[in-house]
Design a protein around this ligand. Structure first.
Ligand code: ADP
Ligand code: MG
Length: 653
């Protein structure tokens, strides 16, 4: 359970703030280089009417005409600006929504004309529309960024059915179908290679341009682009469940769990838009009671009404966080909830698994020590057979090292894997234990003490000790630098937990500069350790667990958030992680932390600027220091700044 249990997004926001109510503009298109290009496509009629309004406004102000004619001109100009707002009001009313924001603006404009402030009223309306367009622009920018990910998928796939080749949409492809993948074509669904040898570009998913060589039997994912040889791929997942569509759905759905700053923005803005008009009426009353002339009181209240206007804060916050998630995805980091950005940014303790996280998790057999009467090959084969169903890196290594006859795998039954210990299985009717010394001793088999330091995997058959196999694993490239970067970013405690023996972890401790290392832990020990560290943290500090997604789901759950490294290879196993680093690059860990910190700062600046400016404008307006038009202008400028600032979320690195 997370300490700050993330709440679901509160009741749906009022319609006019809802992103879906913004016009669907297509302002951007994706170019070949994966960058967005500005294209011109806008609701031209609305825009045209608004611009006509602006022109009328300028003419009315500049022409030396009598006052009544000027007011007429301004009135026409205001009508132009109000045109789309009035339409929106009708539209919402028919839809059964209350267009509160629009009604307040129209009321403010009418009030402005009534009390002889036609210039301010017209400026207010015009700027209201301009901010609206700024919001639409931001939304279009966001939609385009989402489309950019979607565009990594092909529109049609070549499927071989009954000897015929069909070109069909990915949604119509079924599990088990055979896809034909040409050079330079992108794969539409996840699958396994049946035929062919090639290199693939995985950058749409991993952000990494280094080609990955693939061959028969390899799993390949939707979004990979084929670079060199033709491939035949058997589909293993439906389109919806395939990698790229799933990533996209996850990123867009990440808003369900919002950060504290986002929640605060939603709340403040939600209360504000209702409270402010009420406050306006109250002020008129108080000011006139306090001896201020009624017209002047109304003039000041006008400021209050206009300031209740467009709230770019909510839109900025929503778009900004989505943008940050997309920025992360571009680099191959999947953020499954926005809430974890806040936790990442405020991490105090980071706990790492060893195997597959700090080390590569690609063990190799270095030496084999069979007991007397047992052959080396025989020892390896029994061990590999017992491991034939495990996904543990040790299992992969043993299977690779032993040339296992197929009939031996068929004879394996009742496999039991004890995380942090090893495997028990029946092989051809004999009980076999494979694992560390503690595992065998639990079953009353006494092991030799290995001659060298390192990871030893012991084997026993029918309670007889068969010997041990020495394995070694290498440190991940960049692990040291990644840890140093995390420390520089303010993580106070870097801790490594492992089920491996002390001797291996001591070597690691020397080369890695961890604050603490705990070895020979069983999963339950790891859990209680995490619990105790987390218990000692203040509410504002967070604990993250970084693992390889194999057997560490409980540790991730026990922490404030979990990060899985190399998640594309352990797609299923990593489902518990809140952050998935898709490639096996540990330096992405400081990268995602940096993105989170920057986004949190952007959101906070937006929130503070918004609150600060509104408060200041209200004070200056109500005390009569600032004219209405001035307040409205500053407010619009603040809105545009907030949106612009939030859009930086799309370009974080
Ligand atoms: P880590 O904490 O480094 O990720 P694990 O908890 O996965 O390591 O495993 C700890 C130890 O338990 C391993 O070093 C190994 O000795 C033993 N072990 C775990 N799983 C297996 C397995 N499938 N086969 C053999 N040994 C295993
Ligand atoms: Mg592990």
């Amino acid at each position: 359970m997370a300490k700050h249990s993330p709440k679901r997004k509160q009741a749906k926001l009022p319609t006019s703030w809802d992103l879906s109510s913004l016009p669907k503009l297509k302002l951007f298109s994706a170019g070949k280089n994966g960058k967005l290009h500005y294209t011109r496509e806008l609701d031209l009629r609305d825009m045209g009417i608004l611009i006509a309004g602006v022109l009328l406004f300028v003419i009315a102000l500049l022409l030396p005409v009598p006052a009544w004619a000027r007011t007429m001109g301004l009135g026409l100009s205001a009508l132009c600006a109000a045109f789309a707002v009035l339409r929106q009001i009708l539209f919402d009313a028919f839809d059964g929504h209350l267009p509160l924001e629009e009604l307040v603006i129209i009321a403010a404009a009418i009030l402005g004309f009534a009390i002889g402030e036609p210039v301010a009223a017209t400026i207010g309306l015009i700027l209201y529309r301009f901010v609206y367009y700024a919001q639409a622009y931001a939304k279009a920018r966001s939609d385009a960024a989402v489309d950019l990910v979607r565009d990594s998928l092909p529109e049609k796939a070549h499927v071989e059915r009954d000897g015929e080749i069909l070109r069909i949409v990915p949604e119509a492809v079924e599990i088990g179908d055979i896809l034909l993948l040409d050079v330079q074509e992108a794969l539409a669904l996840d699958g396994v290679i049946m035929e062919g040898l090639s290199e693939m570009n995985t950058s749409a998913l991993t952000g990494n341009d280094l080609p990955k060589s693939v061959t028969v039997g390899d799993e390949v994912l939707a979004g990979y682009r084929n670079l060199s040889g033709k491939l035949r791929v058997r589909v293993t997942r439906s389109f919806e469940d395939s990698a790229a569509p799933k990533l996209l759905r996850t990123v867009v759905g990440a808003a369900e769990q919002e950060t504290k700053t986002a929640r605060l923005s939603h709340r403040i803005a939600g209360i504000y838009r209702i409270a402010l008009p009420c406050f306006g009426f109250l002020m008129v009353l108080l000011l006139s009671l306090g001896g201020v002339e009624i017209r002047e009181a109304l003039r000041r209240a006008l400021i209050v009404l206009f300031l209740a206007g467009p709230s770019s804060l909510v839109i900025a916050s929503d778009l900004g966080y989505l943008g940050a998630c997309l920025s992360a995805l571009r680099q191959g980091i999947l953020l499954k909830s926005q809430a974890c950005m806040e936790k990442l940014a405020k991490t105090e303790v980071m706990i790492f698994g060893k195997t597959g996280t700090i080390t590569e998790g690609r063990y190799v057999v270095t030496e084999v020590f069979p007991a007397t009467g047992i052959g080396e090959e025989q020892l390896l084969q029994v061990a590999a057979a017992a491991e034939s169903h495990s996904r543990h890196p040790i299992a992969l290594c043993l299977r690779r090292a032993a040339k296992l006859p197929a009939e031996m795998i068929e004879g394996v039954m009742d496999v039991q894997e004890t995380p942090g210990r090893g495997i028990s299985a029946f092989i051809e009717g004999r009980m076999v234990y494979v694992g560390n010394a503690a595992h065998l001793e639990e079953h009353n088999v006494w092991c030799d003490t290995p001659l060298r330091s390192g990871a030893a995997i012991h084997v026993a058959v029918e309670n007889r000790y068969w010997g041990y196999i020495m394995l070694s694993d290498s440190l991940r490239d960049g692990a040291f630098d990644a840890l140093e970067s995390l420390r520089a970013m303010g993580v106070k405690d870097l801790i490594m937990l492992t089920g491996d023996v002390q001797s291996v972890s001591r070597q690691l401790a020397q080369s890695m500069n961890f604050d603490k290392i705990r070895a020979e832990l069983r999963p339950a020990d790891k859990l209680s350790y995490i619990r105790s560290v987390r218990g000692g943290l203040a509410d504002s500090g967070f604990l993250g667990y970084v693992g390889d997604g194999i057997n560490d789901a409980p540790m991730m759950k026990e922490s404030d958030y979990g990060v899985a490294i190399n998640a594309l290879d352990t797609w299923e196993a990593s489902s518990e992680a809140d952050v998935a680093i898709l490639d096996d690059e540990i330096h992405m860990l400081p990268a995602v932390m940096r993105i989170s910190e920057q986004m949190e700062r952007i959101a906070l600046v937006d929130l503070l600027v918004w609150c600060g400016s509104k408060a200041l404008l209200l004070i200056l307006g109500l005390t009569g220091v600032l004219p209405v038009a001035g307040a409205v202008l500053v407010d619009a400028a603040v809105s545009v700044f907030i949106l612009y600032n939030a859009l930086r979320g799309y370009d974080l690195e």
